[in-house]
Design a protein around this ligand. Sequence first.
Ligand SMILES: Cc1cc2nc3c(=O)[nH]c(=O)nc-3n(C[C@H](O)[C@H](O)[C@H](O)COP(=O)(O)O)c2cc1C
Length: 317
Amino acid sequence: MIHLKIGKMKLDGNLVLAPMSDVTNLPFRLLCKKYGASLVYSEMVCSGGIVRRNAESMGRCLTSEDERPFGIQLLGSDAADLVNSAQILQERYNPDLFDINLGCPAQSVIKNGFGSALLKNPAMIGEIIEQLSSALDIPLTAKIRIMNSFDETLKIARIIEKSGAAAITVHGRTQKQGYSGKSSLEFIKGIKKELSIPVIANGDIYDEKTALEALEYTQCDGLMIGRAAIGNPYIFRRLSHYLSTGELLPPQAMDERLRDFYEYTALCRKYDMLGLNDLKLNAQYFTKGMDNIKSVRIEINKANDIDSVMGIIGGLE
Ligand SMILES: Cc1cc2nc3c(=O)[nH]c(=O)nc-3n(C[C@H](O)[C@H](O)[C@H](O)COP(=O)(O)O)c2cc1C
């Protein structure tokens, strides 16, 4: 097992949960942590919302001691706002690190010049990282997508390193690719070779084989898992078991998957986060791939209240 080190922080492994909007809330992160994620990130939060103390934005950063180490991912392009928001969040939630989002390809994000739009302005990236890392006494990481050319990607990665980031995550897709096509391990490997800060590989890691291949091929310090963890936090146990022993675990039993779903809902209740839409989505995610699930999925879709969703899932036991 490789221990990822970010700044002075030594993690207990090297598997990281990706920040995912509307997915990686506190209850979900706690499940990933339970199964062996060594570092978890909040979904992206817009610095403008934090500076205005918007309740919804602040709520996305809710954390608990049980999930540490915990990182908050910031989204924005104004260095002063970003610093200000990080300080507000540090005072309220005391995270172990911050990440800056330089990869989101959503139209609503890039039209404001945030996320992957910043990749077109390396000087601004340098400015943001320099100001954030010198204002903070905890590590700052950055998450990028690749550019069309390797040299352009490397130039940005070098600026990120030089400006004070403690680690970088590289998703091997371009902004234009969105989530389609293949994530390039080749670009990630090239960046790892040239940088001295830890590099975390991201994109299309969804099972033991893809995890091992990404680690061996890129020689990266860590792996970040996104979509494969949705409704499947158990993936962290599978991957960490395989990477440390070479053994494949059997598929997670259906009753255990349902138990995870109940644990998720119990945590949502505990933290006052239980909402119908999120519950319906997670009921779908946690039952994905189960036998004869199609009619159940249709029922979940039609459900109008929380009790109905819980009743439908209860019927599967
Ligand atoms: C639903 C969803 C929401 C996402 N939200 C964010 C986000 O808030 N911040 C971010 O940096 N990336 C976000 N991403 C991108 C993931 O962090 C990750 O880079 C991408 O999904 C590739 O990794 P994967 O192949 O393991 O899913 C999101 C992806 C998905 C599918």
